[in-house]
Design a protein around this ligand. Structure first.
Ligand code: CDP
Length: 233
């Protein structure tokens, strides 16, 4: 399966990363999380004081910092697990980038064209030799010739409940309404931005998992991989 590119796009908290990781394992491909790079840039912008109280981002300054090479983002291989973790300026930021303050600002950061260009070049550097990559615009913009494109969606309340559970399991406090608002807000910004908005590629296979268990999704995946690549999982 070396060299194949599988794009997994869709709405936030649809379980894209869980699913993409399973696909990567089954197909012996590297898993790359594009959203994590946008989150790492967001962490940088917060640290550099480039996001105002009202959420406005100083895009011109951020552009300058990126051009000056101050926002070095990438994936580093964790030798214990063999998986990639996200690094910002050489340090793993994996544990920090999923928190709600990052989630609240990330879509504003991700609509800035210089940020998208920066992230895209990193994604091409790591993914061009074959990968399973999840995000919002992988099948439409980053790798439009991907060998397989999935588009994942689910009811927004179901997604907010899943996200809340995930945060609670990590010991982060949050209330349902705040998480639900964040899910809706990100859906809106992601699908209305000018550059590479979230949308389903015409040749993507849709998976609405609102009422599906992981086992049902696996059965669905198993049929799909058999049909597309002749793989039995
Ligand atoms: O995991 P979750 O679905 O919450 O989001 P994520 O994949 O970590 O992505 C965080 C944010 O980055 C998204 O809400 C988008 O605003 C942005 N993003 C993007 O614009 N393009 C991508 N390819 C991936 C993420």
């Amino acid at each position: 399966m070396a060299g194949l590119i599988i794009a997994v796009d869709g709405h936030s908290s649809t379980g894209k990363s869980t699913f993409a990781k399973i696909i990567a394992r089954k197909m012996d491909l590297v898993y790359l999380d594009s959203g994590a790079l946008y989150r790492a840039v967001t962490l940088y912008a917060i640290g550099a004081g480039l996001i105002a109280e009202d959420g406005t981002v100083d895009a011109a300054q951020l552009d300058r910092h990126i051009a000056e090479g101050k926002v070095d983002i990438g994936f580093i291989r964790d030798t214990d697990s063999g998986t990639y973790v996200i690094a910002l300026n050489g340090k793993s930021v994996e544990g920090r980038i999923r928190m709600l303050d990052i989630s609240s600002s990330v879509s504003r950061i991700a609509e800035i064209p210089c940020v998208r260009r920066h992230v895209d070049s990193v994604l091409h550097r790591y993914g061009a030799q074959g990968c399973v990559m999840d995000g919002r615009d992988i099948g439409t913009a980053v790798f439009p010739d991907a060998d397989l494109k999935l588009f994942m969606t689910a009811d927004a309340r179901v997604r907010a409940r899943r996200r809340l559970l995930e945060m609670e399991q990590k010991g982060e406090k949050a209330d349902f309404e705040a998480v639900y608002r964040n899910v809706l807000e990100r859906d809106y910004i992601d699908s209305h931005r000018q550059m590479n908005p979230l949308r389903q590629a015409p040749d993507a296979v849709v998976l609405d998992n609102s009422d599906m268990t992981i086992d049902q999704q696996l059965a669905w995946l198993s049929d799909l991989l058999k049909q597309r690549f002749g793989i039995t999982i």
